[in-house]
Ligand binder design. Structure first.
Ligand SMILES: Nc1ncnc2c1ncn2[C@@H]1O[C@H](COP(=O)(O)OP(=O)(O)OP(=O)(O)O)[C@@H](O)[C@H]1O
Ligand SMILES: [Mg+2]
Length: 246
């Protein structure tokens, strides 16, 4: 008897990318998209949610950079009519002002949204900003909870921040969602992300890069735990149709 193991894939929203990753992203994966400023991370996130909503599937895009208006404008430029899907509640596009919102409430919000809306996919833009604030607030929470004065606080903020990211990823893993986490890639640094460990926790890592001297853009699949893929950089362009990989 032949047993076929069919792994389900979700299309990324960029057809030319799906071709180099064997048809799409393995369903349920946690995907990390890394890149320098202007690399195309948020645009990729837009393609990702648009792919779902135009096929009648629910998607969530959460931004912590106060750029909802810019995202809508970018999408419009690529002929993605997001407003239509926001209006019929297929797309939840929410921005958070990190300077005014309790980050613990944001985590509660994300959990509640994923559990009650049961989205096919979610974008976190960006994990770097969210985790940066998690560190600060979690640190303060401990100070408040344990009634310590900050000078007696010997718990490393790094440990607190890591705990928040691990918790978020584990929460996504308990649901059906295929999550795309956007992270800033520090330049001239040995690690792929500022936190130096989310690249190890996520199932797939997609790197968007740009060579300054030539202006050429590239996409590289750093890892995809359950798919065959090559390791070479593929030329990429951002056109009036969005991201295209050659
Ligand atoms: N209509 C367009 N046509 C061609 N290129 C575009 C268009 N719109 C945006 N771009 C390119 O995309 C870049 C912005 O992409 P995006 O917002 O996805 O970057 P990002 O990686 O999210 O950056 P950041 O880390 O700053 O948020 C711009 O700097 C520009 O080079
Ligand atoms: Mg962005």
């Amino acid at each position: 008897m032949i047993i076929l193991v069919i792994s389900m894939k979700v299309k990324s929203g960029v057809n030319s990318l799906d071709k180099i990753i064997g048809g799409g992203i393995p369903k349920g994966d946690i995907v990390l998209v890394i890149g320098a400023p202007g690399a195309g991370k948020s645009i990729f996130g837009l393609h990702y949610v648009y792919q779902a909503v135009k096929n009648g599937k629910k998607a969530i895009y959460l931004t912590f950079e106060l750029n909802k208006k810019i995202l809508l404008k970018q999408a419009e430029g690529f002929k993605m009519d997001l407003n239509k899907y926001i209006d019929n509640n297929l797309l939840i596009l929410r921005e958070y002002d990190m300077t005014k919102t309790d980050v613990v409430e944001i985590y509660k919000d994300i959990k509640q949204l994923v559990e009650t809306e049961n989205p096919e996919r979610i974008v976190i833009d960006s994990l770097s900003i969210l985790s940066m604030y998690s560190e600060i607030t979690a640190g303060m929470e401990i100070v408040r909870t344990l009634d310590m004065s900050p000078t007696n606080l010997h718990v490393s903020p790094e440990v607190l921040r890591r705990g928040a990211i691990v918790g978020l990823i584990n929460m996504f893993r308990r649901t059906n969602v295929t999550a795309l986490l956007i992270a800033e890639m520090p330049e001239g640094h040995h690690y792929l992300t500022r936190d130096t460990f989310s690249e190890f926790l996520c199932d797939d890592v997609i790197k968007l890069s740009r060579i300054e001297s030539t202006g050429k853009r590239f996409v590289t699949i750093i890892k995809m735990r359950t798919s065959k893929h090559d390791l070479v950089p593929h030329k990429m362009d951002i056109t009036n149709k969005g991201i295209v990989i050659k």
